[in-house]
Design a protein around this ligand. Structure first.
Ligand SMILES: [Cu+2]
Length: 303
């Protein structure tokens, strides 16, 4: 009897809370976020983000929208845009596609209540000159492809890139012959190159820092590629990176995982003649890999 009363009062409180919430603000689950892009060629475009409630009605002051565009390979620089001015529930933002290729556009709405709604979309951006290859998009008047969670978690996942500046104050050139990290199965030196507005990456055998010079690893240029990640790279965490010099010397660095590099993040590390600064790596999630751990547990228990 007491339990029943308590249950009833619980339900009542819940209903009251729900009603109160509904009156104050919309919850994030009541919101739908849609994107339309005016311009799918390299260069300036205009992106409209419309925020509607469940019934399709425009929401007057939805909050602040933040766009982040990433190319599907990790070596390129992301593009950002932000606006808190919506007209009849629609934000209109200028956005620049800096390269041709596949882009993942993430739209994040922060409501006045602090709640957030995030959706990701995939776009194929073509170069101005007119490409030979047709983009992989549907032709039903929708140029975007909403991504499901599995896709989102897998992309740009599995790979990330490490950036840094290396200064050589010594009298002879330093050659970094190899790199490895416990965070990835494969670590390679890459260079992002652009041919006819198409971005691609090519492998570089070693990193050479001439005497008295500085080598810059940055988005859109040289980078250290982490492939087949073993662990998720979460913003705020860090990973270890070993560099092997041609001289045989080993250098151990700690690389912070950052969404983007800020000045305050750069703490230089000096090793011999070299000074490493502006170290960072892109967040990414490890791909779906084999789960050998669980199978070994099984074989242990069956014995
Ligand atoms: Cu790369």
């Amino acid at each position: 009897m007491i339990a029943t009363l308590r249950q009833i009062s619980c339900i009542l409180t819940f209903v009251l809370l729900l009603t109160a919430c509904r009156q104050q603000h919309l919850s994030s689950s009541d919101i739908s976020l849609d994107i339309s892009v005016n311009g799918l060629l390299v260069g300036q475009s205009q992106i409209s983000v419309s925020i509607r409630d469940k019934n399709g009605n425009a929401i007057e002051n939805p909050g602040t929208i933040a766009l982040r565009g990433d190319m599907d390979h990790a070596g390129m620089a992301p593009v950002f845009a932000e606006s808190s001015q919506a007209i009849k529930g629609v934000f209109t933002l200028p956005f620049e596609w800096t390269m041709a290729g596949t882009w993942i556009l993430e739209a994040n709405l922060t409501m006045d209540s602090g709640e957030q709604v995030t959706e990701s979309f995939r776009y194929e951006i073509l170069s101005q000159a007119g490409d030979h290859e047709m983009p992989t998009m549907d032709h039903n008047g929708r140029e975007s492809q909403r991504m499901d969670d599995a896709e989102r978690n897998g992309t740009p996942g599995e790979s990330s890139a490490v950036y840094m500046q290396i200064e050589n104050s010594g009298a002879s050139a330093v050659v970094i012959a190899a790199a490895n990290s416990a965070a990835a199965h494969q670590v390679e030196f890459h260079r992002s190159v652009v041919d006819d507005d198409i971005a691609r990456m090519e492998a570089v055998e070693s990193l050479v820092i001439p005497a008295g010079e500085r080598l810059e690893l940055r988005p859109g240029g040289l980078h250290i590629m982490l492939r087949q990640l073993k662990t998720d790279l979460k913003p705020g965490s860090s990973i270890g990176l070993h560099l092997e010099l041609a001289s045989g010397e080993m250098i151990q660095l700690s690389i912070p995982i950052l969404n983007m590099l800020m000045d305050e993040d750069s703490a230089p590390t000096a090793v011999g003649d070299l000074v490493f600064s502006k170290l960072w790596a892109r967040p990414a999630s490890a791909g779906v890999t084999d789960h050998n751990d669980s199978s070994s547990d099984e074989s242990a228990s069956s014995r």
